[in-house]
Design a protein. Structure first.
Length: 569
């Protein structure tokens, strides 16, 4: 730091009472407000579990694994951070207990602590503080979210490190924001502040006095409730912030701005900056809430649809695509196993279908049935990762005549492994962090739909997969009518496929949802949602033409798929 350069400021976001209150969205919203004030902001997540990263964890337990440009498998909250502050993050932005202990044990075995007894204090806490400071270069503010809730035994080393951190850096350079719950008890018709009081007391027992309280509540917190919370929790009433439910998560920065949360933060940290300019953000939120061209219905057929957080970035990217296309997006989440039981005819009710990524053979036949129906009936299709691989398998079987073709992942005895392991993956034994991860370049073929959508010759997109399209079958697939819209620069790996004779059939081996932003929608999602809107309009015209026939008024039979869509809007 130079003589005239201001020290980096640190904001720590903790949670109490229950998990799932939205610490990640709160941290991201604060980040957006500070970015709009002209500050250089980054956000990191400290996760208290012992896994080195979430890469080997079930999506049903942890939700989606978010991948950064540098190939880090991270918590899904990093997706919120990137979408709100519009900055690409890295491995340093997600730190777990497992990684902290791994680094310490590596140092101990190397002899770095020779002669010392390695303990939680000071060794673990110092490692945590080092991770927090690592992001300070080139940033004015570092926001750190502490996973879990206050009182969890797993979080204690992180909270102790943060307590020490304030002593090291000074109160003028650090701020504690505590997110808590003010539940509404319908039987008595009251908002209860006791959970918040007890949560703050837990923090005080650790030695941390929160500077700001952000209170989740189903009802408006009136001034008396805020004064009561302020009195019992030892904070100024102006720093008791209401966090109510909103129609879109992108409204939250606006809600916090109304209550001048960012003003309180800048006052506490001596940040002499002007007010935020939220004009473009407000316009974006307005387009989400009031789409100019109606709504479209999208079906996502996946393996983990019972927990929508498994596909959090896809859900958000579809919203972003709707912003660009001028429509609202309604998403139905269908388990591919359910398709196996009920058949794929139901997708005719939708304006577009997306098949996302996943691992393992469960539900694959349902995906294949879905893709065949889409291909044969001209429904807009967007496949991502596994969605590309299943499209390859379906095409090989039903167009190219390779009836027993499959992915080597699902059938080691298939005579036609159209999806196979890369040579570099064949001897891999460790599961964690060994896939093709992070950003890789892709060359787009001229005259392809992919090139038309992106409008450039080469792109860079993030990957998370172990299997690839088998190069031995590329000629067979193209001879059947498939086009490879994107390939690796060396010409070896298929990155994107499309069907030229289909209204919109496009799939990518990478994960474009990871680079979509509300203020910069990803072009593939914008194109897909736009194609869905065209199908909606086409179906509406067809239905109108049919109803204009005299016989249409006499019909008393069941609705067709086309008529069903029109009747449902």
């Amino acid at each position: 730091m130079t003589e005239n350069e201001s020290p980096t400021k640190y904001i720590f976001v903790t949670g109490g009472v229950v998990s799932g209150l939205g610490k990640g969205i709160t941290a991201a919203s604060i980040g957006r407000l500070l970015v709009e004030r002209g500050l250089r902001v980054t956000i990191q997540k400290f996760d208290p579990y012992l896994n080195v990263d979430p890469g080997t964890m079930s999506p049903f337990q942890h939700g989606e694994v978010y991948v950064t440009d540098d190939g880090a498998e991270t918590d899904l909250d990093l997706g919120h951070y990137e979408r709100f502050i519009d900055e690409s993050l890295s491995q340093a932005n997600n730190v777990t207990t497992g990684r902290i202990y791994q680094d310490i044990i590596t140092k101990e075995r190397r002899g770095d602590f020779l002669g010392a007894t390695v303990q939680v204090i000071p060794h673990v806490t110092e490692e945590i503080k080092t991770a927090a400071r690592k992001l300070s270069p080139n940033h004015d503010v570092v926001i750190t979210e502490i996973g879990g809730t206050v009182g969890d035994i797993e979080s204690q080393p992180f909270l102790e490190a943060m307590r020490q951190f304030r002593q090291d850096e000074g109160h003028e350079n650090s701020l504690f924001i505590h997110l808590t719950l003010v539940p509404y008890i319908s039987a008595s018709g009251e908002l209860k502040t006791k959970p918040t009081q007890h949560s703050v007391r837990e923090l005080l027992g650790i030695g941390i006095q929160p500077d700001v309280l952000v209170c989740r509540a189903e009802r408006v917190l009136d001034e008396e409730i805020k004064k009561k919370i302020a009195r019992f929790c030892n904070v100024d009433v102006a720093r008791v912030i209401e966090s109510r439910d909103v129609g879109s998560i992108y409204e939250l920065p606006l809600v916090y701005r109304e209550q001048e949360l960012d003003d309180r933060i800048c006052e506490s940290l001596n940040l002499d900056v002007g007010p935020p300019d939220l004009t473009s953000w407000e316009e974006m939120v307005g387009r989400i809430k009031n789409p100019k061209d109606g709504r479209v219905r999208i079906c996502v057929v996946g393996k983990y649809t019972e927990l929508v957080d498994s596909y959090k970035s896809i859900a958000e990217a579809l919203v972003h695509g709707g912003i660009e296309a001028g429509v609202g997006v309604d998403v139905d989440w269908w388990s591919s196993e359910r398709v196996e039981e009920q058949g794929a005819d139901f997708v005719g009710r939708f304006h577009g279908v997306l098949v996302p990524g996943g691992f393992g053979v469960r539900g694959i036949s349902g995906m294949l049935d879905t893709i065949r129906y889409i291909r044969e009936n001209g429904i807009p299709y967007f496949g991502i990762c596994l969605g590309l691989q299943c499209a390859i398998i379906e095409f090989a079987r039903n167009v190219c005549g390779l009836k027993r073709s499959h992915s080597f992942e699902f059938d080691k005895k298939t005579p036609d492994p159209v999806i196979s392991l890369l040579d570099s993956q064949r001897k891999v034994t460790d599961m964690g962090g060994t896939m093709r991860l992070g950003a890789y370049p892709c060359r787009l073929e001229k005259n392809s739909l992919a090139h038309e959508v992106y409008g450039v010759d080469e792109i860079s997109e993030r990957h998370r997969h172990r299997y690839e399209v088998n190069p031995e079958y590329q000629n067979t697939l193209t001879s059947g009518g498939m086009r490879f819209g994107g390939i690796s620069p060396d010409g070896q790996l298929v990155e994107m496929i499309e069907l030229p004779d289909h209204p919109f059939f496009l799939a990518a081996q990478f994960h474009p949802e990871l680079k979509s932003r509300p203020n910069k929608p990803h072009p593939l999602f914008a194109a897909f949602v736009g194609a869905a809107a065209k199908r909606r309009n086409l179906l509406a015209r067809q239905s109108s033409d049919e109803l204009s026939e005299p016989e249409a008024a006499k019909s008393s039979g069941p609705l067709t798929a086309v008529e069903g869509i029109t009747a449902e809007g």
